[in-house]
Design a protein around this ligand. Structure first.
Ligand code: SAM
Length: 392
């Protein structure tokens, strides 16, 4: 999971922007966020004294006290993701390239904690969402922290699957252990006929525990999807061309026969092909995006995300780590076309370069540059792109 300072102005300092539900600043600062891309090129902070290696387990994000260490997933959502900005672009792309109806059914591949899916469901009560990821810990965290906070109605429209995007039909459904929503029953006013009115409070209650319940995606009825997305450079997790084409074929086959879009993102630029350590400060933590050296033969690099928690004086080093192949835009286009997509569109945004980023304070992402559809684009220090495949 994770990005650098990508996105339009709806993203924070990481490759994607986020924290829609849990970041108190999100509402005010959503317009300034950007994604998992490197946060800022400023010098590394002074090292704190205590170092935590890896993720911290068993922390509750529900009622954190000052000394509690938030989970790596919460920090990721707050610093990396920006679901509102992504959704507005998804809607725009759908209306532009398909049109004729509103998109209702979303699939979020490589979904991690499925923050985008939960946000998608919030915005329209007719919407459904499917999330798919290999990481059971992230899916469970989603169930306990994102899904647990949404209404029962929203929960019933979300299907999370644990599995590989290369074999989606073998992915297994994740549900609450008790498989039902125990609403908080409240006895209220007597009716005129003397009977009590029982109100079912629309909140998912009980002790949610994400478990694989055995149901395979191929046995689970799902609506044809209007939009499938793979964000935060997740397609870079697939290293072989044959895998990429196979994944795109699965995506195309799951899209509605009435027309649908597949949307992914990608980053690049001269700064993306070298060692890089960037950071961005948030009110209670610093987010660090670290890129190892770049192998030009395999076009591979390793990305690590670290979080330094000021109050707790702790570091979550290597909270997330990815081995990525940095695909080029024409490679992605060729693979999408080979997988049967009718047309492919590039939307690119130039990102502030390293020097520029150093002068940006707080959440600001610098110049207000939007994504624009392009058919050619001069190389820059740093750029982010949405790639849109249209089917059938
Ligand atoms: C960079 S994170 C992106 C998470 C989220 N989509 C976001 O926007 O922040 C990549 C995610 O892809 C998942 N992943 C990697 N390879 C996968 C595969 N072959 N099938 C399913 N999920 C995969 C990882 O577990 C991780 O959650």
């Amino acid at each position: 999971m994770g990005k650098q300072g990508k996105k339009h102005n709806h993203h924070k300092a990481t490759r994607r922007g986020g924290g829609a539900f849990f970041n108190p600043q999100e509402e005010e600062e959503d317009h300034q966020q950007y994604p998992l891309h490197p946060p800022s090129a400023s010098q590394e902070e002074e090292e704190e004294e205590v170092e935590e290696e890896g993720p911290i387990e068993g922390q509750s994000d529900q009622n954190p006290s000052i000394n509690d260490v938030p989970s790596k997933f919460l920090l990721y959502q707050q610093s990396v993701q920006s679901p509102k900005g992504d959704i507005s672009y998804l809607q725009k792309f759908f209306l532009m390239y398909v049109g004729g109806r509103f998109p209702l059914h979303l699939q979020e591949d490589f979904c991690g904690t499925a923050l985008l899916s939960t946000e998608w469901l919030h915005t329209d009560s007719r919407r459904t969402a499917v999330g798919l990821d290999l990481d059971l810990e992230a899916l469970n965290w989603c169930m306990e922290n994102n899904v647990n906070k949404i209404g029962a109605d929203v929960y019933s429209r979300l299907s999370l699957f644990h599995g590989n995007v290369l074999h989606p039909f073998e992915a297994r459904l994740i549900k609450f252990e008790n498989q039902h929503l125990i609403g908080k029953l409240t006895l209220s006013d007597k009716k005129q006929d003397g009977s009590d009115t029982v109100l079912l409070e629309s909140t998912v209650q009980g002790n949610p525990c994400g478990v694989t319940n055995g149901k395979l995606m191929k046995d689970f009825p799902l609506p044809e999807r209007d939009i499938i997305c793979a964000f935060n450079y997740s397609c870079c997790c697939l290293h072989r061309r044959i895998e990429l084409v196979s994944y795109f074929e699965h995506a195309r086959n799951s899209l509605s026969r009435k027309g649908g879009i597949f949307v992914m993102d990608l980053y690049g630029g001269t700064s993306s092909e070298c060692e890089l350590r960037l950071q961005r400060k948030f009110p209670s933590f610093t987010y660090i995006w670290e890129q190892d050296g770049f192998d030009i033969v395999q076009r591979k690099t390793r990305i690590s995300l670290h979080f330094h928690l000021q109050k707790q004086q702790k570091k979550l080093r290597h909270a997330f780590s990815y081995s990525w192949r940095l695909w080029s835009l024409p490679e992605i286009k060729d693979c999408l076309e080979e997988a049967g997509f009718r047309s492919v569109h590039f939307w690119i945004r130039q990102m502030p370069d390293a020097e520029e980023i150093k002068s940006i304070k707080g959440f600001g992402s610098g110049r207000e540059v939007k994504y624009e559809e392009v058919s050619s684009f001069e190389q820059k220090d740093s750029w982010n792109a949405y790639v849109v495949g249209v089917a059938p």
